[in-house]
Ligand binder design. Structure first.
Ligand code: ZN
Length: 462
């Protein structure tokens, strides 16, 4: 355990913001913060990082850890431990895949009491607004958590209509209008409800294979939803973020909107796989929205590298073996265990294979999400005064993904068997060691801290 209040990491190659290449420097940590970065700092090394690259901790701004409520799928201890093993030091958990959901202050308080003692890494929450909440009068609920959540997630189409219904255009407009008054961002699951619901009825009668699931939610369904959401956000001049974009045409629409107020993310699964892989792998690659046809994958790489898409997220959402067993694709639970493979994938397939520059890698894995969700005063880069969230990587070591070794409760991964270059040796959260490649997840659960967004400029709330 490395828990001394002052700590020295020497001889490592630092990935510093805005730099084109790694720079060999020593780094000092004091009380969990980065206190000094210099060519040489006197004193004995607590960590000798000779031959290792040192990155800012990854931020995974989109996970479903199902805690409390559905902990047979995942819980905060296994989810945050898996994240740490993959170089993630901060996650943001989605609101509606826990019971109760993060929809008001009482529920958020309840969730904090349960997940706080389990967290290995730092964590934030998104609030959410469902159709049911809307119809019951949603303003007070949104207001009650505004200082504690990083944004509000809503659905254009919902997989759980009876409990957490989607918002139609009118309700979406009204929720966005209120979020704007609070100075908050709306996150949208963007697939057109009319298209998807009707196409699902149609294709359910035609078959139970991966191709039928895809056919009910093709590229067009995502494009239609993104198009109208952007138009509504423009009407209000409001902040909108489209989650898990898998269609390059939809990502291009975000770019064409031409404003920082409208952004999007993609996920490793959309970059690494195509519809053909889904048809071959079945349940391991069933996600929502589904994997799209080639060449969406290569086009998304392009859009990520030119910043049309701001950052990457795992959309970690494992299912139990029973829920993910082969058979009827319509009954299979959507989602993969992905928070622990995101950083290694982006490092190996992005940085190492020269699809993205080092500068871009740092934006995509950490600083862009930190800025978008207003936690960049503490997170997002290696800089004096910031939290000492660090990932030490051996760039020369290759390793094979083995889903059985995942710290997550989810043991099914489309990346199983893939070889990645770059092995994570250590992950530190605020100077505390949470993962070591020889020992696995170390340290006590409960080390992770709850992260609120910084106040709006001038300390006032919008
Ligand atoms: Zn999700």
């Amino acid at each position: 355990m490395l828990k001394e209040s002052v700590m020295l990491i020497k001889n490592g190659y630092l990935a510093l913001p805005g730099e084109a290449d790694f720079i060999k420097k020593d780094l000092k940590i004091d009380q969990g913060k980065i206190s000094e970065i210099a060519d040489s700092i006197p004193g004995d090394a607590d960590i000798d990082a000779t031959g290792l690259e040192i990155f800012p901790g990854g931020i995974d701004p989109h996970v479903h850890f199902y805690d409390p409520g559905y902990t047979d799928k995942e819980d905060f201890m296994h989810g945050t431990g898996f994240a740490a093993s993959g170089g993630i030091t901060t996650i943001v958990d989605m609101p509606c895949t826990s019971d109760p959901p993060v929809s008001n202050a009482a529920n958020l308080e309840h969730k904090l009491e349960i997940v706080g003692p389990k967290a290995h890494i730092d964590y934030g929450f998104f609030g959410g607004v469902s159709r049911q909440m809307f119809d019951a009068g949603f303003h007070e609920d949104m207001d009650s958590i505004q200082d504690h959540v990083l944004g509000y997630k809503v659905y254009a189409v919902s997989g759980a209509e009876e409990t957490w219904g989607a918002l139609d255009h009118f309700r979406f407009y009204k929720v966005m209008e209120h979020a704007q008054k609070l100075g908050k961002i709306i996150l949208l699951h963007a697939e057109d409800a009319e298209y998807v619901n009707n196409a699902s009825e149609h294709f359910k009668n035609l078959g139970k294979d991966a191709a039928h699931w895809y056919a009910a939610r093709p590229e067009l369904a995502e494009v239609l939803a993104v198009q109208s959401a952007i138009r509504i956000a423009e009407e209000l001049n409001a902040d909108l973020h489209i989650v898990h974009v898998g269609t390059s045409e939809a990502a291009a629409l975000i770019d064409r909107a031409g404003t920082e107020k409208i952004s999007g993310e993609t996920c490793p699964q959309y970059l690494a796989f195509t519809l053909d892989d889904f048809i071959e792998q079945g349940p391991a690659l069933k996600i929502s929205p589904p994997i799209k046809k080639s060449p969406n994958d290569s086009e998304l790489w392009e859009l990520l590298s030119n910043a049309s898409l701001s950052f990457i997220a795992s959309d970690h959402a494992p299912g139990t073996p029973e829920e993910k067993k082969p058979g009827d694709i319509w009954c299979n639970s959507a989602g993969i265990a992905g928070t622990g493979t995101m950083f290694p994938f982006l490092y190996s397939s992005g940085l190492k294979e020269a699809r993205i520059s080092l500068e871009k890698f740092l934006r995509i894995i950490s600083s862009a999400a930190a800025e978008r969700y207003r936690i960049d005063d503490r997170k997002g880069s290696i800089a004096r005064g910031k939290d000492a969230d660090l990932v030490l990587v051996n760039p020369k070591e290759s390793w094979k993904v083995d889903e059985k070794q995942f710290y997550s409760k989810g043991k099914l991964s489309p990346f199983h068997g893939r070889t990645f270059t770059g092995k994570i040796h250590k992950t530190l959260v605020r100077g505390g060691l949470v993962y070591d490649h020889r020992e696995g997840v170390v340290g006590d659960p409960g080390h992770g801290r709850f992260i609120r967004p910084k106040k709006n400029e001038g300390g006032k709330h919008a």
